[in-house]
Design a binder for this molecule. Structure first.
Ligand SMILES: Cc1cc2nc3c(=O)[nH]c(=O)nc-3n(C[C@H](O)[C@H](O)[C@H](O)COP(=O)(O)OP(=O)(O)OC[C@H]3O[C@@H](n4cnc5c(N)ncnc54)[C@H](O)[C@@H]3O)c2cc1C
Length: 397
């Protein structure tokens, strides 16, 4: 005996990609169900730094790359949602910083300075005057340059809650121990079965991040294939909450074409500020022991902000894979990715910031394939998916 649900679109995986698409489709009057096998945001999304990139960090080699151009519209797109005027309402999202900063300990070369001042980049980044610097950079020991990027940093938990809220009863939990199988008519998928529940739909969208790989295997779809790009992020906070770290949201520039470190700041449940450190250290830290990584991170902080006396710190590391469509040489894809196999659509946003772009692409594809609004009853056969916990509240345990 099975119980049957019906919907227009099934979306599998409630990270930023699935949630944004689910919200858009339901708002447009379609009936879309979002399925999550662990917790909302659980994987890459709650591991992210929450930066709505505008592409400036991809231009550090002095070239306006394809990635810089593809992502350039995203901060404005998100800003209209934060203002309550976009295609999703993010007006209750907590903005941690309205601008990401970028600093260099040394003066920059004149070639780099004129590139940053060029027409293409001047709208995305501006030098910060001495008087407008945040306290950490007002110290006499800071002798470098500071830029302000047109890139807000958001509290990701509040983004997830805003996206989920209006259609919460259509975000369902499918526990990982429940077997999943597919009903197909040739290559056309007619339904999926989760334990005793069958879900019929016109279309199925895979937004399961790393989980897309197993779903593609279960559907016997060989292409597109997935790649993982691993990271070991580093976290630290003051041992004494009364001497908490200052909140900074900044890329630290060295001489290379990537930031040496990207630091964002997040309050844990005791309001102690956690520095979440990515960039080179997280890419090069893969496979290193926690102890070695912590020694390196401590040395890095002293190197990039030598004027700041660090308080006694508590450390943690967080290993996580970025899941993306396979590229040659394991390079970073530049844009949001969607590929359709009949009525199965495989999607990876490749960046949190590109979730709106991904939703546009999937919706265009669904409409091109004749997606229709049909009546469906909201039956309670699966429980609502729970929300994942912020990293800062469990990484140090
Ligand atoms: C450390 C780190 C920092 C980052 N920082 C930034 C940043 O600052 N700015 C930015 O733009 N991008 C950033 N990114 C990239 C960004 O986080 C990801 O591109 C984005 O979150 C991917 O979202 P997603 O919804 O595709 O996948 P995920 O967030 O991984 O979500 C997939 C969901 O699917 C669920 N799932 C898996 N399998 C199944 C299944 N079989 N059935 C049901 N559910 C399933 C998972 O539990 C999970 O909830 C960062 C990434 C990392 C790793």
């Amino acid at each position: 005996m099975t119980d049957t649900l019906s919907t227009d679109v099934v979306i599998i995986g409630a990270g930023i990609a699935g949630l944004w698409l689910h919200h858009r489709l339901n708002k447009m009057g379609f009936h879309a169900l979002l399925l999550e096998n662990k917790a909302i945001g659980n994987a890459q999304t709650l591991s992210s730094q929450g930066i709505i990139h505008g592409g400036a960090k991809y231009a550090l080699n002095g070239i306006l790359s394809k990635a810089t151009q593809a992502i350039g519209d995203m901060p404005a797109r998100w800003q209209s949602c934060l203002d309550g005027q976009g295609d999703v309402d993010l007006s209750s999202v907590k903005v941690l910083a309205s601008h990401q900063l970028m600093w260099s300990k040394e003066q920059l070369s004149s070639k780099m300075l004129s590139f940053f001042a060029s027409k293409a980049l001047a709208s995305r980044m501006q030098p910060v005057s001495d008087s407008a610097r945040p306290p950490l950079f007002q110290h006499v020991g800071f002798k470098g340059v500071l830029y302000q990027l047109d890139e807000p940093v958001l509290e990701v938990t509040s983004v997830l809650k805003s996206l989920a809220k209006p259609y919460r009863d259509r975000i369902l939990h499918c526990p990982p121990e429940q077997p999943v199988s597919w009903q197909q008519d040739g290559k056309h998928v007619t339904a999926m079965q989760i334990g005793d529940v069958t879900i019929k739909a016109q279309h199925f969208v895979l937004t399961a991040g790393e989980g897309n790989e197993a779903l593609l295997n279960s559907l016997n779809i060989k292409k597109p294939a997935m790649q993982r790009r691993p990271l070991q992020m580093v976290l630290c906070k003051s041992k004494d909450p009364k001497q908490t770290l200052p909140a900074i949201y900044a890329h630290s520039l060295g001489s290379g074409s990537k930031p040496i470190a990207t630091i964002t700041s997040h309050a844990d449940k005791n309001d102690n500020i956690v520095w979440y450190i990515g960039g080179n250290i997280a890419e090069n830290g893969v496979g290193k022991s926690i102890d070695i990584l912590i020694v390196e991170a401590r040395a890095l902080l002293s190197e990039i902000m030598p004027w700041y006396p660090l308080p006694e710190l508590e450390w943690a590391v967080h290993a996580v894979d970025r899941a993306e469509p396979k590229q040659s040489n394991l390079t970073r894809p530049d844009t949001a990715f969607v590929k359709s196999r009949e009525n199965v659509h495989i999607a990876w946003p490749t960046k949190l910031a590109l979730a709106p772009d991904l939703a546009d692409k999937v919706i265009t594809q669904l409409q091109n394939q004749g997606l229709r609004k049909q009546p469906h009853a909201d039956q309670v056969l699966l429980t609502p998916a729970p929300f994942g916990q912020p990293l800062w509240d469990h990484a140090f345990q």
